[in-house]
Ligand binder design. Structure first.
Ligand SMILES: Nc1ncnc2c1ncn2[C@@H]1O[C@H](COP(=O)(O)OP(=O)(O)OP(=O)(O)O)[C@@H](O)[C@H]1O
Length: 793
């Protein structure tokens, strides 16, 4: 019933509402060394005009006969599409340039639409795009809704201290790694067989096992995976993880950990790196970060995607005495990180897709000290059972906040529940002094707010250059995106690319495009937060093991994706901000090879996005109405759990869900604590009685009696609000759902729950709703302004 929201990525919100208003004064610069090395360049002299005539296509599905709407190039056209099935047709490109020429992050809303009169462009305009006529090429739907859900927030370490260190005990391991078993896979009939030599005992009891390293996943009795194709993790190291794993020598590892504990010198750390990972040297920024963490210094680490941030907590996790807690925004990301832990580090994860038994088992192993690295979602910090484990004598040495930019309301991935992650809270709840915040993308303002929330001194920022010379960027104006996308993908250089990610804005688009690609014999799958977690996870596996060529995804895909050989990223629509664009193209070419990033630009999306940015502002009246509803139970609700159904509230107040959650989080964590948020849950229950009559059952069971009292009956079914029934008999919603489970187990009832809702307890009713609404609205609009202008980037 409880929904942590950690499972689907749907809570990775889009940028908070924006308002294109003049920029605020720049916040203080952090460190002079922090500068991204992108250079702004509006146009490139490398552009080469082309004027080839279109030839008829031999591809029956794409017969370009119609000289229809001449695509207006924004700039000259260096980008040629040639292929057997296509005419020599230039895709009109805005620019083709390496990624390092990107300007500092800024909002796309600030992009000035380049003039189309070619006055800057001495070259003749390109020939018209030929019209492709194909049954399998659907036309762009007109008038799409833009309201889609897809728019998506010291105690010193003991090294060198006096505290006793636990003995260095390295798990005797072969090639096995950390298994992830989640009930999200329960419905799958497929079983994956671990080809490693052993298995981790910490794993909970799901049905599907994953193995770390190169995903050698073999479906039992299936064809897929028979060739055991391997997901390349590291283009720099030729040998496979399997080969590396064989080289583990537990005694050597134990000795290396022990030396690093006694003296965390560079030499000892490099030795540990070598014996555990097989790498000869640290990458830029890694050693610096590890040294800081081992010295108990909270650190902000900004390294590009694929630069090796994970190693900066994995290695300390082996050396530090207490456990390492890694906060991650997505279950898929946690699973991936868990899989990639070196086999000698025991890992565990807690997420909403696990059963109560799986959660209890993980917590038990945590208390026993079996788990060294625990992955959790930020919502977990609302969970009393989880926090109670840390109030015992469990020693936590390090908290890692992965994708730390989600903390900042100025960031493009702001996630309200990340706001909870403050140094004071972590210190109070986990008794931890050292925090490592990691991100690949952050503006100066984002960094500033993350570091201030986590009390990371400005001097403890490690930020390395984000040069990605191997990314070739291009843009084309597109009249019919679907058709142009197909042409693009079937033409050089994209047709030679094995792994491609296509980013879309809307969920329906991803499904539509993947179907269209499959119709055209291009293996593709869609990925968005509306797809069940197990299917998304399967899609990611298939992509990583090169069983499918294309993933068509919303923003939900890619954070933490460790696939080195993604050869192309195509943006089907303009992303909302340059920051988002940079993060998404960063998934290409992590193996250092030349990779291609193409953006299909169109006026429609540009104006639609721009108007969205104007229209998303929340007005004071709506905030006032929202507050009135939130506190509608007023003082009578003392200690009782109130709920606000997300979907209906969003419609009623015309507010996006993440704006509502932002407001609620502010009401909890602002200057005055007006409320206390609980985990989100489905609050509407529809129940059927089976064996015993409801009245008889109610005589023996007070829960049933309360249900009968507080329900509406609809066609013989009892419909009730879970918090209302729980409040009426003074139990928690969790207790209530446990009792319902019991009754279900005894075959007395069956029930279904729906309507995800924010749940909270009122701590204090605001005295003046008007001034609070004014304050909150002002705060939100400051966020908007700052996000709009890219905040001093
Ligand atoms: N010192 C090193 N030498 C060689 N390879 C390394 C080194 N450190 C890390 N790697 C490899 O680089 C790859 C990427 O590492 P990792 O996944 O930690 O990157 P990341 O920075 O966390 O990326 P993302 O931002 O996408 O999460 C991994 O395969 C890892 O084994």
């Amino acid at each position: 019933m409880e929904s942590d929201s950690d499972s689907d990525g749907s809570h990775i919100s889009a940028t908070p509402p924006r308002d294109p208003i003049p920029p605020p004064p720049p916040p203080p610069t952090l460190l002079s060394s922090n500068k991204f090395r992108f250079r702004a360049r509006a146009s490139s002299s490398r552009s080469t005009p082309t004027s080839k005539s279109p030839k008829p296509s031999s591809d029956p599905k794409l017969s370009p006969q119609d000289p229809s709407p001449t695509p207006s190039p924004l700039y000259s056209l260096p980008f040629q599409i040639r292929g057997p099935s296509l005419p020599n047709r230039p895709i009109p490109t805005l620019e083709t340039l390496p990624a390092r020429h990107l300007s500092h992050f800024a909002s796309f809303s600030k992009l000035r639409r380049p003039s189309l009169n070619f006055q800057d462009d001495p070259s003749p305009p390109p020939p018209p795009l030929p019209k492709a006529e194909s049954d399998s090429v659907p036309q762009e739907p007109k008038g799409e809704s833009v309201n889609s859900a897809n728019f998506v927030k010291r105690r010193p370490n003991l090294i060198g201290g006096n505290a006793p260190l636990p003995p260095v005990k390295i798990r005797k391991c072969g090639g096995e790694g950390n298994f992830v078993k989640l009930n999200m896979n329960r419905s799958s009939k497929r079983k994956f067989v671990n080809r490693g030599r052993g298995r981790n005992s910490y794993a909970s009891s799901g049905r599907k096992s994953y193995r770390r390293g190169r995903r050698r996943l073999r479906p039992e009795g299936g064809n897929e995976g028979e060739n055991n194709s391997v997901c390349e993790e590291d283009g720099l190291v030729a040998e496979s993880a399997g080969q590396r794993q064989k080289k583990y020598d537990c005694d050597l590892v134990e000795a290396a950990v022990s030396s690093a504990r006694n003296e965390p010198s560079d030499e000892n750390l490099v030795r540990l790196l070598k014996v555990v990972y097989g790498y000869n040297s640290f990458r830029d920024g890694q050693l610096e970060a590890i040294r800081m963490v081992l010295a108990g210094e909270s650190t902000m680490l900004v390294l590009p995607t694929g630069a090796g941030k994970s190693l900066c907590y994995q290695l300390p996790a082996m050396v530090l005495p207490g456990i390492t807690v890694v906060v991650s925004p997505l279950v898929a990301l946690m699973i991936d990180q868990l899989r990639h832990l070196p086999p000698m580090i025991r890992g565990g994860l807690l997420c909403s897709s696990q059963t109560a038994d799986e959660v209890s088992e993980t917590l038990r192993q945590l208390q026993e000290g079996t788990i060294r690295v625990l992955f959790v979602s930020p919502e977990r910090f609302l969970n009393a059972e989880f926090l109670s484990v840390f109030s015992t004598n469990l020693s936590t040495s390090l908290v890692v906040v992965d994708e730390a930019h989600c903390i900042s309301e100025w960031s493009h991935n702001f996630r309200p529940s990340y706001t909870r992650l403050r140094a004071s809270m972590l210190r109070a709840r986990l008794n931890v002094g050292c925090i490592l915040a990691m991100t690949a993308t952050a503006t100066t303002t984002t960094l500033h707010s993350v570091m201030s929330a986590l009390a990371i001194p400005q001097t403890n920022l490690i930020q390395k250059a984000q040069l990605r010379d191997n990314l070739q960027l291009s843009v084309s104006l597109s009249g019919n995106r679907m058709k142009d996308l197909l042409m693009l993908i079937k033409s050089s250089p994209f047709k030679e690319v094995q792994s491609i990610i296509i980013y879309c804005k809307f969920q329906y688009e991803t499904d539509q495009i993947s179907r269209c690609l499959c119709d055209n014999n291009i293996s593709a799958k869609s990925y968005h937060s509306g797809i069940p977690a197990k299917d998304r996870s399967r899609t990611q596996e298939l992509f990583c093991s090169n069983k499918i060529r294309v993933v068509v995804a919303t923003v939900a895909f890619g954070m933490g994706l460790d696939k080195q050989d993604v050869g192309a990223v195509i943006h089907y629509r303009l992303p909302e901000s340059l920051e988002e664009y940079v993060q998404e193209i960063g998934r290409a070419g992590r193996d250092g090879r030349l990779s291609h990033c193409h953006l299909l630009f169109d006026d429609d999306t540009y104006f639609k996005l721009r108007s969205l940015m104007h229209s998303e502002g929340v007005d004071e009246f709506a905030v006032n109405k929202f507050l009135t509803e939130v506190f509608s139970n007023g003082k009578n609700s003392q200690g009782k759990v109130c709920s606000l159904v997300k979907e209906s509230a969003s419609r009623k107040f015309d507010m996006k869900e993440e704006v509502m959650l932002t407001l609620l989080t502010h009401l909890e964590l602002g200057e005055v604590q007006y409320l206390c948020l609980h985990p989100q849950m489905n609050v509407t229950c529809t129940l059927n009685f089976h064996n015993t009559s409801p009245v008889l059952l109610a005589e023996k069971d007070r829960v049933v009696a309360a249900i009968l009292k507080k329900s509406e009956t609809k066609q013989g079914q009892y419909v009730f609000d879970i918090p209302t029934v729980a409040n009426s008999i003074g139990i928690t919603a969790i207790d209530l759902s446990n009792q319902l489970q019991n009754l279900k187990f005894k075959r007395e009832i069956t029930y279904e729950v729906k309507d995800p809702a924010y749940c909270y307890t009122i701590m204090e009713v605001p005295g003046d709703f008007f001034s609070l609404s004014a304050h909150l609205t002002k705060w939100l609009s400051e966020v908007e302004i700052c996000t709009e202008v890219g905040c001093n980037v």
